[in-house]
Structure formats: C-alpha cells, structure tokens
Ligand binder design. Sequence first.
Ligand code: AMP
Ligand code: MG
Length: 418
Amino acid sequence: MKPEKSSSKLLEVKKAQEIIFSNFSKLDSIDMPLIDSQNFVLSKDIVAPFDLPEKDNSAMDGFAVKHEDIIDKKITELEVIGRVGAENRSEIFLNTGQAIRIMTGGEIPKGADSVIPFENTDSGPMRGLDYPKKVTINASVNLGDNIRKAGLDYKKDSLVLRAGALLTPPALGVIASFGISNVPVIRKPVISVISTGNEVVMPGDDRKPGQIYDSNSFIISSAIKEAGGEVNLLNIVGDRKEDIESAILSCSMSDLIISIGGVSKGDFDLIKDVLLEKGEINFWGINMKPGKPLAFGSLNLEGDNVFQIGLPGNPVSAYVCFELFVRPIILKMKGVQEIMRRKIKARVTEDIVNYDGRRMYTRVKIFEKDNEFIAEIYNNQNSNILSSLVFADGLAICTEDCKVVKSGNELEVILLRG
Ligand code: AMP
Ligand code: MG
C-alpha cells in the first residue's frame, strides 16, 4: 500500500472514503439458523419449494358451497355434510344442495367454489364435535369469494428472495413458511476496538485524580453492533508503544482494527509510530471537522493483511469518523448494497461559520415544519461535547469552499437514525 499523500496535505473526505472503501469487500458465506439471521444479508437466492399457499383455502370462518346453489336466491337452506378446520385436509366431495363448515385456512373441498361467512348464515362458532346438519344462507357472495388460491403468494420454483436481500422480520417469516430452518448468509465482520490513553479508565474501575472514564469504547462498540458487526473489545491500553503494539498484534483474527485516541500530534500520540513500525500507513489527516487526525493503515498479522483505522480520541470526532468511514465498510463487508446513510436538505436555524476551509459536520436535530426540514444546530460544536451527540440525529455538511452558511439557508444533512 503506497502512501497517497504527503503528510502535510489533508485528504478530502471523498478521497479518503474511496481509499478506505476500496480495500474492503463482501465477506464469506456461512450457514445460519433462521431464528438468528435477522439483519444478515442472504448469500444465495431462495426459490419457492412449493406453492404458497399450498392449497386453495378459506379466507373466512363459514361454509364452503357451490355458487350455483345460492346464486339469485335470497334464502337457501343447505345440508351440512362435514367440517374442515385450518389443520384438516378436505377429503369430502360437495354435491348440489350441500355445504361444509370450514374454518379460516381450511382446504376448500372438491366441488365447492365459494365460501359464505358465518355472518351471512343462521350459524356461528360451535364448540365440541356436534354441529347443526342444516344451514340457512341469507345473503349471497360472488363466485370465488373468500377463497385464497394456491400459489397466490408465491408460485413453486419462483424467486422468493434474491442473494443480497437484507433479512428483515418479514423476510424471515416468508423463509420460515417454506419450512426452511437454516439460511446461507454473509458473516458478520469482527472488529477489534482498542481505546488508548493513560488518562482513560473503564467505568466500574478505580480512577486516579485526572483520569476520565472511557466513553469511546461504548459509543464505537455499540455503533459497530448497530451496523451489524461483531465487537472484540480489548482492555484500555496506556500510551506506551510496547503495550499498543502487543494489543494490536493480538488482533490477528479481526476483519478490522479500530484504535481510538493517540493519533494526533501530541507527545504521547503513538498510534502512527506503531503503524509505521509494524505495518504501513496509507494516509493520515483528513480535511474535515471534527475528525481531522484519522489514520488508515494496515499490518501483517500472522500472515494476514489486517487494516487499522485510528480514530481520534475526542468522542465527537471518533463518532463522526465512525459514521463516515467505518459504518459503510461494516455494511460493505456484510454484503449490504446501500452502504451510505440517507441524506436530506434542511434549513439551518443559525449561521454556520467555516473558519479554516475544512468540511464541517455540524451536529443538528431535524424536525419538520410547513413541509420542510429544519436543522436545529446544537449550541456547542466542540469535538469533546458529548451532549451534542446525544442531541443530534443529523450531521449538516458545510463544504470546504463555503465560508458561511446563513441562518435559513439549506444544507445537505446526513441522517444518523433510520
Ligand atoms: P487523543 O486523541 O488521544 O489525543 O485524545 C483527545 C481527547 O480525547 C483527550 O482529551 C482525551 O482525554 C479524550 N479521549 C481519548 N480517549 C477517550 C475515551 N476513550 N473516552 C473519552 N475521552 C477520550
Ligand atoms: Mg490520548
């Protein structure tokens, strides 16, 4: 991997995305119990093994009849010759002047062509084995009414779900209705997460004066899970090169390593040193705000090339970088087609000033007013302000070339939810 740029020039966001995205592709297929397969991507087509529904069946609780027996007659009395529940097959043949009690889902008996609901008869639900042997029909239906035809939903051998389909709850239901209990899916990427910093402590652990609790591990790990990745969360590593090295070298089984912190220009920012010594840096530094110091590189771990993304330590920077660079590659590895978040246009509620020509991702909350989207800007946009992340459901993009966006003007906004 050749460095794409001299270290003095910041890379544009689009270029950085192109480089990172191009290094990841769909992972291998595994067999998965259907019950666990939600949000995975199907890796092979599913073809209907039989018609669905399999047989013509009743859409109502009522009576299966011959339409010619009831047509044009206001009131008809028919002989009831049997009963079919949802689970029963219909062995009986219906002759002229006859009806069969039939429950929703019950197979339509041969000779019947319509179902009269209970509401159109003098009968209703009956408990027990006995039922009246006569029924009076007091309102007719059209020919074929209340019959669900075999194959109406899916025809045998037709394509049910294409490879690449996301397994949503309804998709799981359809697959289950064909009796399929295991599905081929693209496996989840395993992402190792390493928080760094002498000052960072796990919630629940003892804290010395000056130390802060680790929020990044929680933001990033849960965002990985939300995107459908599997997290390998390592212990927090102090700012010591050997410790960072041994943590990274223990991640050989990962599809991606994410380190957090230690990637800026500080005296104790050692992630780049480790990447340079143990692997290669593709780029460091993106022309964006927040998130400028992101680093992308790779390491040879036990013969495998494993990529590492070094996220900045400030929580807002880490999260914005995750959204722009990490979430899309998790989705790409999972085989999802649409890897980018949805964008909308929204009017900002305050001026945004872009001082240094970087691409700015402003934390906003979106609401609708008079058929327009409004982006309410959070009052503190610093990269350490966690409340801005809690507040925001969107990132309004102020481009590199835009010096000021006046209140009321429209900006493109990346939607962070849904
Ligand atoms: P760094 O990128 O390591 O220079 O960190 C930048 C800022 O982010 C510093 O104020 C750190 O204390 C803070 N920081 C780094 N890691 C974390 C973390 N895991 N949780 C919360 N804050 C952090
Ligand atoms: Mg640090």
